[in-house]
Unconditional design. Structure first.
Length: 68
């Protein structure tokens, strides 16, 4: 976590420079392309859902589709 806090500003500055150079100056990427999210490990970092949660969510969504 200490490494993340120390390098977060540098990562942000680098991404900002790439954004301005790539979209505004060089016009290499489209203006409306998405900006990717940084996944930096912090104290409240959630590694993801368990397989049981995603399976039950999928079955609930399939049941909801049948209702419509």
């Amino acid at each position: 976590m200490v490494h993340t806090i120390n390098t977060a500003v540098d990562i942000g500055k680098t991404q900002y420079q790439l954004l301005t150079e790539g979209r505004f100056i060089d016009s290499v990427t489209a203006f409306n392309d998405t900006i990717h999210n940084n996944i930096l490990p912090l104290l409240n970092f959630n590694p993801g859902r368990t397989p049981a949660e995603s399976t039950s969510m999928l079955s609930n969504l399939l049941n909801d589709v049948q209702l419509f």
